[in-house]
Design a protein. Structure first.
Length: 358
């Protein structure tokens, strides 16, 4: 009986320690919770460029998956089991990503999503500064959307500290670079350890007195009810229409975590997904989301994203499109190409477009 009581006391003590630790974690997370403002100025350079009103420009968008979601990875949040890629794989990934960007450093505007600055999952490498060094002829801008001292999921192998966001690298100097918060709250306590999503706006002067407004966005991926996605899309729509109605040229690019309106893929139909696979539900943008004279620019012949339930298998892994651009009616689409890199270093492929100011 004494032995049983002793075991019970030890069990209760361990339980009390665990409960106290969990409460302490929540309290510390609440106190240190990253709470960005609705609008935050990133930069206001003194000598902005003045672009010609007949200019043709190129843009690239790429979710680099913090160089941690390579072809050999699955991911626990999407229905897989893994959390962090081995360091050797990570080093190959960040090197491969850098090589592609260096080979395409003539692109005028490069929009990046899921770029880490101080995260356990990417071995504490400041990827933003690393890529800024590679793209030495570009002006770098960073908007934070993830700042958590310790992500406790999954419990068996926590993801740990994450500092991450979206970035833009521009050959031209903007009037301003500003971070705008996107709506979305996953509720308590999930939001304490989750992203605070945003879009970044870089604004450029045009010689005709108008402005070129380039928006980099990374929308919500795990919104079961769809209300957060809807609110985020309304926020982007309102902003883009307001800018266009004042006479400006507007380009929205990034990882929408949705497929484009009236999506008609021209790649292998038996591997295309446009619904829920694992925990990821890829929904579509409504065909009447924007007025008909706005254009959605994507490459229907090449997938830009793969599922992360299992490692990449070219013959079996479902793929789709969620990385693309939206341009205002005063812009003309010249070309678009999604570069299929075999999902070697990221679960997304980069997309490059060329457009011309009308």
């Amino acid at each position: 009986m004494k032995a049983l009581k002793k075991i019970l006391k030890i069990f209760l003590l361990i339980l009390a320690i665990l409960i106290t630790g969990f409460i302490g974690l929540l309290v510390y997370a609440k106190v240190t919770d990253y709470k960005p403002g609705e609008k935050e100025i990133i930069a206001q350079p003194e000598n902005p460029s003045v672009l010609k009103d007949s200019l043709s420009i190129s843009l690239l968008t790429w979710n680099i998956g913090y160089a941690g979601l390579d072809k050999d990875m699955d991911f626990f949040k999407d229905g897989g089991t893994k959390v962090i890629t081995p360091k050797d794989n990570y080093l190959e990934n960040i090197s491969g990503i850098g090589d592609f960007l260096l080979n395409n450093d003539t692109v005028d505007f490069i929009l990046i999503q899921e770029i880490d600055r101080d995260s356990k999952r990417s071995y504490r490498v400041d990827q933003f500064e690393k890529i800024a060094g590679i793209l030495s002829d570009h002006n770098p801008f960073f908007a934070k959307n993830y700042d958590v001292f310790f992500v406790p999921a999954p419990p068996a192998k926590p993801m740990g500290k994450v500092v991450s966001g979206i970035a833009a690298y521009s050959k031209y100097t903007p009037v301003s670079s500003i971070r705008y918060s996107l709506p979305g709250d996953m509720g308590f306590p999930t939001q304490l350890f989750y992203l605070d999503r945003c879009f970044m706006v870089n604004r450029f002067r045009i010689e005709n007195g108008k402005e070129l407004v380039i928006i980099n966005t990374h929308n919500e991926a795990f919104d079961e009810g769809g209300n957060i996605r809807k609110a985020q899309m309304e926020s982007i729509k309102e902003f883009a229409l307001n800018e266009f109605n004042t006479g400006n040229y507007v380009i929205v690019g990034g990882d929408w975590n949705q497929y484009p309106p009236d999506f008609k893929p021209a790649f292998s139909a038996n591997k295309v997904f446009t619904g829920k696979i694992g925990n990821f539900n890829l929904t579509g943008i409504e065909s009447d989301y924007m007025p008909g004279d706005w254009q959605w620019i994507y490459d229907p012949a090449t997938p830009s994203v793969r599922t992360l339930i299992a490692a990449y298998d070219p013959a079996a892994t479902p793929t789709s499109v969620c990385d693309f651009f939206l341009i205002s009616p005063n812009l003309e689409s010249v070309s678009v190409k999604c570069h299929h890199l075999g999902f070697t270093n990221s679960d997304h492929n980069p997309v490059i477009i060329k457009v011309k100011l009308k």
